[in-house]
Each structure stands twice: as structure tokens, then as C-alpha cells.
Design a protein around this ligand. Structure first.
Ligand code: 2M8
Length: 445
């Protein structure tokens, strides 16, 4: 593959990114990081493929196709497909026991929930780097499984046919401890957590958690929140990961704005893929896709987009980065775009490092704590794409440059960065940071 001609420091940074991806390569899958995340994650693999396409499009295609190994007979593609590894992961197969309810296409163990449907976007980006015949072959292998996944999202998760799919766990949103999800999740905390909380004793739980061995606990979600998320997994397990049963439990159900925004775009890409190989999208799915696009308009108040509680249909009025993704989806009405761009580029979100995951003036904002404030390279990438599609080319370019700069400032390829000083946090040698850096450095991102 041709390597872009870059100034020496950026060429060296790109080499570091390539070596991070090589170090995390497990064959035809890439783990998000060597220690904290030793398996395959759905949306991570998509962002990783978007970077890998510049190194080896066939390897990038393999990354995407390998997600189909985890597909359930009902069409779900799980959020984690467990790799054969002895590395410890805190929410491993024993928490889910999905093998008791189903088998996956490739026999791998998996979780029982999904993640943002970035597959079609990644596939189209990878396809763009291939010859016509290679692309046709890749799309033909991917299409049947991908179609079934999109159909499953509607059949299983939009039972009332209102166009918005519901999520059953914050892990499905990918933004694990975002304030929106934590507010609706905390009331179902296990009794022990609630009791300890009353005496301000979250710390007592710290010793019991395993994820914070790799990363300081104040850079991750609180122990109380983590144990609540484990509890929800238990409820999902008892409900056989079946939405009809889950609905009858205490599990919070959210029509997540970012997930649905990504779905809008994914549906469009799925149509592109279908058209290219002479396949037809079934009328029912086409109708659902139209509805999702329209229903995004129900999530907005005074120009701000929110997620919604599936049961009560009330908006969850937390402003977070999730509400900026309608720009990426292309669903923001033209007369509202200026206002949204102003919000994104205001100091509430925007710094010379990128876009904060929670506005800086929000009481929940913590600059180095996971999805509660830090900036994330994948979010910067999505928002830059949205700015570009609405013709805000300068802002898109600034954001991309700032993202490269913040990664360059430490070279460790951190999982996330403080929007206040650009310091890295979370895991390092993090795959999507490395992959998207490679993409940002390519001329044709
Ligand atoms: C984080 O989530 C996982 C659970 O899925 C975890 O904390 O163990 C999130 O940042 C998620 O968006 C990401 O896909 C995953 C792997 O990078 O890590």
C-alpha cells in the first residue's frame, strides 16, 4: 500500500500506530488493547478496519467478516466475541453463559448484547480501497449476515415499530458510564451497592473489581456503577436475552440517540452495498429505515438531541456527545445546522484537543473519567465526518488536526484524553486510536 508522504514526526507516529495494531493482531481479529480488552469488540473492529484498510484492505475485510463468526441464529451480532485467550477480562463468558441459550455461527463464545452498528460504514470504507471484483466478493460474503443483523435490530428491538431501536445495557451504547445511562441505571443498583452508597462506601467495592488493575479506578466507572452493570447482565441472562422477556424485568431500556444515528447511516450504506452486488433490501427493512430517519426528529428539543426511555417515552435530558451524532447521520434539518455546529465548537465541548464526551460545564464532567468527559478519537472521527457532510470543512479539518495533535503529544495511543490538557488516560496501545490516526493521516479519509 502507498504510504502518505508525511513530515518525519508524523511518519514516525504512523509507524507507532502500525506497530500497535500489529501487537494487538490476533490473526483475523484485533483486540482493542493488550491487557484491558483481550477479545473482539463489534464497533472497535469497525474502527480498526477503517485504519487497517490503508495497510492491507484484505486484512481489513477479514476484520469485518470475522464479526459474522459471532452472529446468533436470530441475527444478532454480539458486542464481544470472546477470543481463545487466557488473559483475564472482567465481563467474560462466565458472566453471560450465552452458550446455554444459543450457539454462534462460528462456535465462538459471545456476550448477549450488541453494540453500535458501524459495520456497514466500515465495509464501505474498506470497499473503497479494493478493485471492483475484490469489493464485489467482499460485499457478497458480508451482505447476508449484515442484512440479518439490521433486520434483527428492528424485529427484536423495535417491537412497537416506531423506528427507534432500544438498547438493554449501557454496554450496547459503547459509552458505558455516560450520565444519560448512569441516571437510568442507578435505581436498579444491587441492594448491597445502594446500602454502601448511603454510607458513601463505593470504595469498599473497589477491592472486588478486576478491571481497575490495569487502569486507575478514577479513570473508569465507579465500582457501584460497575456492579450495577453486572447485575443487569444477570437479569438479561435470566430473561434469555430475549426482548419480550427483558421488557418485563427491571432492566432500563433506552432508545439511544447515538446508536440510532449510527443506524440511520448504516442503513444507507447497507443499501449501497446491496445495489453494488445486485441485491434488494426487503421492503419492510426499507420502511423501518425511513422511520428511524424520521423518528430522530422526536428526540430533539430546542435543537438539542437526547436519548429516550423506551417504556415511558420521556426524553433523558442529559446533553452529551451522543446528541451530536445526528450530524453524522445527516438528519439535522438545514436550518438547525448552524446552531448545532455552534454548540460543538463552543468551549462547552470544543478544545484544541477535540470534542469532550460531556460538556465542560456539566456537573457530571470529569476530564479523565471514561465516557464522563474525556475526548475519544472515534467520536472526533464521527463528528468530523458529520461536519464535513454539512459542508463545515474548516471545522472538520480543525477537529482532525487537533485529534492528530493530541495523539502525537504522547505517542502512547491512549484510549481517551483529557479535554483540559490533552493528557492520555485509560488503556494505552489502544487499537482504534492507532487505526483512526492512520486514517486521519491518509489524504482521503
Ligand atoms: C469499553 O467497554 C467495555 C464493555 O463493553 C468495558 O469497559 O469493559 C467501551 O469504551 C466500549 O465502547 C468499547 O467498545 C470497549 C472496548 O474498547 O471498551
Amino acid at each position: 500500500m502507498s504510504v502518505p508522504s508525511l513530515p518525519a514526526e508524523l511518519a514516525a507516529l504512523r509507524e507507532t500506530a502500525v506497530s500497535v495494531l500489529r501487537g494487538n493482531d490476533l490473526g483475523d481479529i484485533t483486540r482493542p488493547s493488550p491487557t484491558l480488552y483481550p477479545h473482539q469488540w463489534l464497533w472497535d473492529s469497525c474502527f480498526i478496519a477503517i485504519g487497517l484498510r490503508h495497510l492491507d484492505p484484505q486484512r481489513a475485510a477479514a476484520e469485518i467478516l470475522s464479526l459474522l463468526r459471532g452472529q446468533w441464529p436470530n441475527g444478532m451480532i454480539p458486542h464481544v466475541i470472546f477470543a481463545e485467550t487466557t488473559n483475564f477480562y472482567h465481563a467474560g463468558p462466565q458472566r453471560w453463559r450465552c452458550d446455554r441459550v444459543t450457539t454462534t455461527a462460528g462456535g465462538a463464545q459471545s456476550t448477549g448484547v450488541t453494540q453500535p452498528p458501524m459495520i456497514a460504514e466500515a465495509a464501505v470504507r474498506v470497499g473503497a480501497m479494493m478493485s471492483d471484483s475484490e469489493r464485489g466478493e467482499f460485499y457478497r460474503r458480508l451482505f447476508p449476515g449484515l442484512l440479518r443483523f439490521h433486520q434483527w435490530l428492528y424485529d427484536e428491538r423495535d417491537p412497537d415499530d416506531d423506528g427507534l431501536v432500544s438498547l438493554v445495557h449501557s454496554w450496547e451504547s459503547g459509552m458505558d458510564n455516560t450520565p444519560t445511562w448512569m441516571e437510568i441505571t442507578r435505581p436498579v443498583a444491587p441492594l448491597g451497592v445502594r446500602a454502601l452508597r448511603r454510607v458513601n462506601g463505593d470504595d469498599a467495592l473497589d477491592a472486588l473489581r478486576r478491571d481497575s488493575k490495569e487502569v486507575p479506578s478514577d479513570e473508569r466507572l465507579t465500582s457501584g456503577d460497575l456492579f450495577t452493570l453486572y447485575r443487569i447482565v444477570r437479569e438479561l441472562r435470566r430473561a434469555h436475552y430475549n426482548f419480550r422477556e427483558i421488557r418485563r424485568t427491571i432492566v432500563p431500556l433506552v432508545q439511544d440517540v447515538a446508536f440510532n444515528a449510527i443506524l440511520v447511516r448504516a442503513n444507507e450504506h447497507l443499501s449501497t452495498i446491496a445495489a453494488e452486488i445486485g441485491e434488494v433490501i426487503p421492503a419492510r427493512l426499507r420502511r423501518s429505515a425511513r422511520r428511524t430517519r424520521e423518528a430522530m426528529g422526536e428526540l430533539v428539543v430546542d435543537g438539542v438531541y437526547y436519548s429516550r426511555d423506551f417504556r415511558t417515552r420521556t426524553l433523558l435530558r442529559h446533553e452529551t456527545i451522543a446528541g451530536l451524532l445526528p450530524l453524522y447521520a445527516g438528519v439535522v434539518p438545514e436550518d438547525r445546522v448552524d446552531e448545532m455546529v455552534k454548540t460543538i465548537t463552543s468551549p462547552r465541548y470544543w478544545s484544541r484537543f477535540g470534542v469532550a464526551s460531556v460538556p465542560l460545564d456539566d456537573p457530571n464532567f470529569l476530564p479523565r473519567c471514561y465516557w464522563q468527559g474525556p475526548l475519544w478519537v472515534n467520536m472526533n472521527w464521527l463528528i468530523a465526518d458529520g461536519l464535513e457532510r454539512y459542508g463545515r470543512l474548516d471545522a472538520a479539518e480543525d477537529l482532525r488536526r487537533n485529534t492528530v495533535d493530541v495523539i502525537a503529544s504522547s505517542e502512547a495511543m491512549f484510549e481517551y484524553y483529557s479535554p483540559l490538557d490533552g493528557s492520555g488516560a485509560g488503556s494505552n496501545r489502544f487499537s482504534w486510536t492507532a487505526a483512526l490516526l492512520i486514517d486521519l493521516l491518509a489524504a482521503d479519509h
